[in-house]
Design a protein around this ligand. Structure first.
Ligand code: HAS
Ligand code: CU
Length: 588
């Protein structure tokens, strides 16, 4: 059995390079992480209160935008190429999206790091800086480079998706009537979701934030840019999660020694994510004024439905692992757990990632309840939640998977397997300390995104100092874990001996694609329904936000005539206003 690099050497280079870029982002993000953890827990002050927000922005952007997305384009490219068993249609096109993403990352990085300079240079009429956090909505404003960088980066991902659709269409014309191979199906559904979701952020940046930061318009409507951000900001979390799920559905059963329990169920899960990921973004805005409660209620209902695909995943993945364990001779109700390959860092890392996700999913359910959200919103509970989800379910899966991918992509055997095992266990332990204490301090009311939340003279009800210590301890263990990760990766790249890497083929599922109706593979149908659901969930809230606050802020446009407009009047006025404002902006 051959490795990926044997079969597709040119493509392996793109996948490898994407993953290396992810690792660079991970290294920078990790350094920023420990700096801000030690600052806000009042343990060590390597930075100033002002720099805290630059560090926090860099931590967020490098971790959740650069690291995750660079790694996932690698995983998706690998998944499509290997499951269709064909190279890309045009390698220059593939390197082109890689180039877009690289230039985009660099521009955004320049803007962010400008924030560290005491006297940042002026470019395009404003000082380099982008202390806007990874949720870059108004009223915080970044240097145009930040927004231009993001645009290029996102356009890069759009082109990457086009690359995979091209491969799929070429495959389809040679294989009419065949079921789409599962990994490709997962990539395509995720990319359709991504195209829909990024419309929100593209509009927010291109129509509002970038013109505003370039000085072309004077004001923006903050609620509108927030809402457009969250239109994208919720589905983006599934953009990070889907490659991890893809690996849990394909690689994990293989590593456990078994086969995927159900291919049809896996397809249903990805279709549900495509349908439901976007019309829920308002669950990040339960406390925002200017959005009627009814719209929030709809977002909550949709969010509760969105739990279903993850609950199905928990069932299917655990069933597949149990099957693997029984194939290896495991017995008994829970005794089969002992038969699993716990010494394999790839397997153990992914399982720990899954276990932590069960907890992270639970705190997500708490977040999603409109009334309980009031208790936790803007507190440290929320970072607790997302360090379990994106910070562990996704990041730990990616790190563990790297121990499988790097040999596949270089043909070199992994060096330092036992260090790798310690690394994934340390990540789990570090996150147990850090996220548990974050959730708890959040419930005591400690705010997030605050450089110095200790407020001299103010007594919190509970023992915040003790929890702060656990957060700092957890953060330190995580930093150590990342260092070990880089030791293993570098040792493998420098010292790994060529050859002897096991093949990359994925075993057939127990229940194959033919057990599901063909309609599941009808991507156009699901895309159409997804778009209808988004229109239903967002038209009225967006129209009412524009009505109240103006497209470009209260003075940026005339408002609706008084009274209660009917739907048609509403929509036609909305369209008129868009046109009027756009013309004003262009011809001013
Ligand atoms: Fe979330 C805030 C609700 C999932 C990320 N979320 C955030 C933020 C981030 C984030 C980054 O409703 C902060 C944004 C900011 O800066 O303000 N989230 C949810 C819900 C889910 C959820 C309902 N979130 C995620 C995922 C993320 C992520 C996934 C990243 C990857 N989240 C919210 C809400 C907020 C929020 C509100 C706003 C809070 C506020 O007030 O600001 C659900 O998708 C979760 C479903 C998951 C489950 C768990 C299933 C369990 C599985 C484990 C299987 C086990 C295995 C192991 C494989 C129901 C799949 C087996 C092992 C053996 C040994 C047998
Ligand atoms: Cu969300």
């Amino acid at each position: 059995m051959s490795t990926f690099v044997d079969d597709f050497p040119a493509e392996a280079k793109v996948v490898r390079s994407s993953m290396y870029n992810a690792f660079v982002a991970l290294a920078i993000g990790a350094l920023m992480g420990i700096l801000q953890t030690l600052y806000r827990t009042d343990v060590f002050h390597f930075i100033s209160a002002e720099q805290y927000y630059t560090v926090l922005t860099a931590h967020g952007v490098f971790m959740v935008i650069s690291f995750t997305i660079w790694f996932l384009v690698g995983v998706f490219a690998w998944a499509v190429i290997s499951s269709l068993d064909r190279g890309v249609e045009d390698l220059r096109f593939t390197w082109a999206w890689f180039g877009f993403m690289t230039v985009g990352t660099l521009l955004a990085a320049i803007a962010i790091f400008g924030g560290f300079m005491s006297d940042p240079p002026e470019v395009l009429g404003s000082e380099l800086s982008a202390d806007v956090l990874f949720t870059f909505y108004a009223p915080l404003e970044a240097h145009p480079f930040f927004y231009i960088g993001l645009v290029l980066f996102v356009v890069g991902t759009w082109l990457a998706g086009a690359d995979w659709f091209r491969s799929y269409l070429a495959w389809r014309s040679e294989n009419p009537g065949e079921r789409i191979p599962l990994p490709t199906f997962m990539v395509l559904t995720t990319m359709i979701m991504w195209y829909i979701a990024t419309l929100g952020v593209a509009t927010s940046i291109l129509v509002f934030l970038l013109p505003w930061s370039l000085g072309l318009v004077d004001t923006v409507n903050p609620t509108l840019t927030r809402t457009l951000f969250w239109f994208f900001g919720h589905p983006v979390v599934y953009f990070w999660l889907m490659p991890a799920y893809l690996l849990w559905y394909t690689l994990l059963p293989k590593l456990a020694g078994g086969r995927l329990f159900s291919d049809p169920l896996a397809r249903v899960v990805f279709v549900l994510f495509l349908l439901l990921s976007t019309p829920v973004g308002i669950h990040h805005q339960y406390l925002d004024p200017g959005i009627a409660e009814g719209f929030k209620f709809i977002a909550m209902t949709n969010t509760m439905f969105l739990l279903l695909p993850s609950l199905l995943t928990a069932f299917t993945v655990v069933a597949s692992i149990e099957h693997g364990a029984r194939q290896r001779g495991g017995e008994g109700r829970l005794g089969w757990l002992k038969a699993l390959p716990w010494k394999d860092p790839v397997f153990t890392g992914m399982i720990f990632a899954g276990l932590m996700f069960a907890a992270g999913g639970f705190s997500g359910m708490v977040n999603a309840g409109m009334n309980i959200n009031y208790l936790v919103h803007n507190t440290l509970w929320v970072p607790g939640h997302f360090h379990l989800t994106v910070g562990t379910a996704v990041a730990l899966t990616f790190m563990a998977a790297s121990y499988w991918f790097i040999p596949q992509l270089t043909g070199k055997q992994l060096v330092g397997r036992s260090i790798a095992l310690v690394q994934v266990v340390l990540w789990f332990v570090g996150m147990v300390f850090m996220t548990n204490a974050m959730h708890r301090t959040g419930m005591l009311g400690v705010p997030r995104r605050t450089a110095e939340p200790w407020y001299d003279g103010f007594e919190y009800a509970g023992n915040v100092a003790e929890h702060n210590f656990q957060i700092a301890l957890g953060g330190t263990i995580l930093t150590l874990s990342i260092l070990l990760f880089f030791v293993v990766i570098l040792l493998t790249l420098l010292r790994g001996s060529k050859g002897g890497v096991e093949g990359s083929s994925i075993p057939e599922p127990l229940s194959g694609p033919d057990h599901s109706p063909a309609v599941i593979d009808n991507l156009k149908l699901w895309a159409g329904i997804a778009i209808v659901l988004v229109i239903m969930a967002y038209t009225l809230p967006l129209a009412s936000i524009v009505e109240r606050g103006g497209l470009f802020g209260p003075d940026g446009m005339r408002s609706f005539p008084s009274g209660n407009p009917g739907f048609l009047e509403y929509t036609s006025l909305f369209v008129q206003m868009v046109i009027q404002n756009a013309t004003e902006v262009i011809f001013r």
